[in-house]
Design a protein around this ligand. Sequence first.
Ligand code: BG6
Length: 515
Amino acid sequence: MPSIKTTIKAQPTIFVIFGGTGDLNWRKLAPAIYNLYLENSLPENFAIIGTGRTKLSDEEFREKLLEGINKFSRRGKADKKDWAQFCHHVFYQISDVQKEETYTELRGRIEKLAKDWKQEPQVIYYLAVSPNFFPVIARNIASHKLSENVDNTRLVFEKPFGHDLESSKALNQLLGELFDEKQIYRIDHYLGKETVQNIMAFRFANSLFEPLWNRNHIEHVQISVTEQLGVGDRGGYYEGAGALRDMVQNHLLQLLCLIAMEAPTNFGAEEVRNRKVDVLHAMRRFSKEEVRLNAVRGQYGQGWIEGKEVPGYREEEGVDPDSNTETFAAAKFFIDNWRWQGVPFYVRTGKRMHQTASVISIQFKDVPHFIFPPETTETWQQNRLVISIQPEMSIRLQLQAKRPGLEMVLNTVDMVFDYKGTYAFEAPEAYETLLLDTMVGDQTLFMRADQVEAAWDLLMPILNAWQAKKSLNFPNYSADSWGPEVAEALIARDGFHWFSLPLSTKKYTKDGEHI
Ligand code: BG6
């Protein structure tokens, strides 16, 4: 399949990947950089220096990355000839991030590459390591004068960015003392997804929806990110995180901001991020008592997924058998501004759910007066706009239409824009977009310090309440379900239900059956 050729080219670039032997590099970063290379988006002079504690030769490191690319790249197995050319740009440095020598050695390597290339490269330090190491690496990069050139050095931080409001503030403050904000790239990989970027295009490149995009026409909004996967081998990390920190604080709130933000006056990074942070500031904070009414949690128990028995969360590796960590979270938020006053935004996310799907559903208000025969109300449904982020990539507008026949019967039908049917090429992976943005210095799709803090600030009452009070009924949903009953109750109280996409395309029969 032919793919997008981007014309953006960066200057000579060195990627220094801390955590080079880790999972993120293996699964995401190396395949993304390799794909950028195949797209002809990398400069002629580029290098990847992976660092890690394991002793490896350059050759062994290259082999490991190749294995990852073959396994995880959207293009499938690497072509031998392409790889043979690419791999000469890849190097490994055994190192301990706590030690001075690591940074002196790095400096030597960077200087040598610059000399060979006869050009000063830009250096991107990618911290694909546990957040505990962010401060020590950042301090050392700064004290070894590896980031002095503000225009030519950038640092990329993987989430989680802080563990709560206080720690995120402390980290932001430290980074602010060491670097310029324009050097700091806080990744939320959801922002790099094509369908997520398209929300801005959908809202601000079309005049059709804007007049409807407010409390006068929208009844409620749902943002649902469900996964069939469990925590797998990430139990150790997840125990200290939970669904709220792992998904809501970042991915779900970013989606919410894109849906709720005002139109920016231009597409510049600061303007877009200003409009998004406005939303977070306008979101209503919960009092202690309100948490119970507006936020619910769950933890998965054992169950069966696609014919395979899967363990409960408490049986996963690295997890406390008595764990209080939530693997499901749902909440109802309000945005206190003119556009959204009184419109509930329901968000939910969970692991080991029935379906893997990230879907935003915008439900419009009912017609003001109903003129059809009463029986037509049986299949009646208010208009809904459904933005599917993944795995289905589509936008569907659900309308009422007359079912063909001699009587007046109404059915819900879909007007669909779907990526597969529209584009004859494959979209880049989120990390490809985000790495290229880092190379060309575009921070639009990255989190600014104040956004991260505003998101933590919003969630702190829930985090505090959940930490203070152990959930007595965990596990409270079984694998392959739609989450705990309390989540259904949260939305049912308002007369709604969680929306989920049908697993296959259905058609109506003459009798109105949906098959
Ligand atoms: C990560 C979370 O940020 O996002 C994971 O830490 C989660 O727990 C993942 O599984 C989901 O990302 P995606 O792109 O697969 O939806």
